[in-house]
Design a protein around this ligand. Structure first.
Ligand code: C5P
Length: 226
């Protein structure tokens, strides 16, 4: 595998146990982070996964992930004060031999190995930054704080963005070096320094599990109802 996957999971309030924070919230008895990392390690291109954990939880997260793969190296490093800093910490800990680096949100716990291969494949073909996207089903409006509609956006030109997002390593390093304020979207940082960002089709199963409804959908997907 020539691909490393970075997983920022150091969000505030992250702790082990039921009712805990996002990355460690339980889905059918296992933390989202475990589901997510298992699927990343199942992708043949992936040789290394680097998780940024809350500094005090590094040993616990290491234990949680240590038995997931015999083939793939799973590293756990202390995260930073923001998502961006956590990604930077994971990137700094990524062995030099990985030229393609993906960034993946643990909340997209069911993103399938095929999606990893699709994103990594586009980077390999020469795209410096790659994002998986889906069409937008709702009409999207730009609304003022007062509640008044300012504009209706052309839905056909809009896409919803998922992870894993893929990068030529140098592009991600440069994007992070140039970023001044905090970003939650790595491809957006690459865009800011003029790196062209390419899209590939996303997957419904890579949904972001944030609300109770998402958790219910994820359980159905795990049960094979899809
Ligand atoms: O809190 P928020 O939803 O913005 O976090 C998005 C992702 O970034 C989560 O996976 C979270 O664990 C991660 N994060 C991090 N380090 C931080 C804050 C957030 O890795 N300091």
């Amino acid at each position: 595998g020539d691909v490393a996957v970075l997983v920022p999971a150091a969000g505030q309030g992250v702790r082990l146990g039921p009712g805990g924070p996002k990355a460690l919230r339980s889905l059918r008895g296992e933390p989202l982070l475990v589901h997510a990392v298992r699927r990343m390690t199942a992708a043949p291109s992936v040789g290394c996964v680097v998780v940024a954990a809350p500094p005090e939880s590094v040993p616990a997260v290491r234990d949680l992930l240590s038995h997931l793969s015999e083939r793939v190296e799973v590293l756990v490093v202390p995260g930073g004060a923001s998502r961006q800093r956590s990604v930077a910490a994971a990137l700094a800990a990524t062995p030099d031999r990985y030229d393609t680096v993906l960034v993946h949100d643990a909340a997209r716990a069911l993103a399938p190995p095929e999606l990893v291969e699709r994103v990594a494949g586009a980077v390999r073909q020469g795209h410096a930054a790659v994002i998986p996207v889906l069409p937008v089903v709702d009409t999207i409006k730009h609304v003022q704080p007062s509640g008044e509609v300012m504009a209706t956006l052309d839905r056909s030109a809009l896409r919803a963005v998922q992870t894993p997002q893929g990068f030529r390593r140098s592009a991600l390093v440069e994007a992070h070096a140039a970023a001044v304020d905090d970003h939650t979207d790595d491809a957006g940082m690459a865009e800011k320094i003029g790196v062209p960002v390419w899209t590939v089709p996303g997957e419904e199963s890579a949904l972001k599990i944030t609300r109770p409804l998402d958790l219910a959908i994820a359980e159905l997907l795990l049960d094979g109802v899809s």
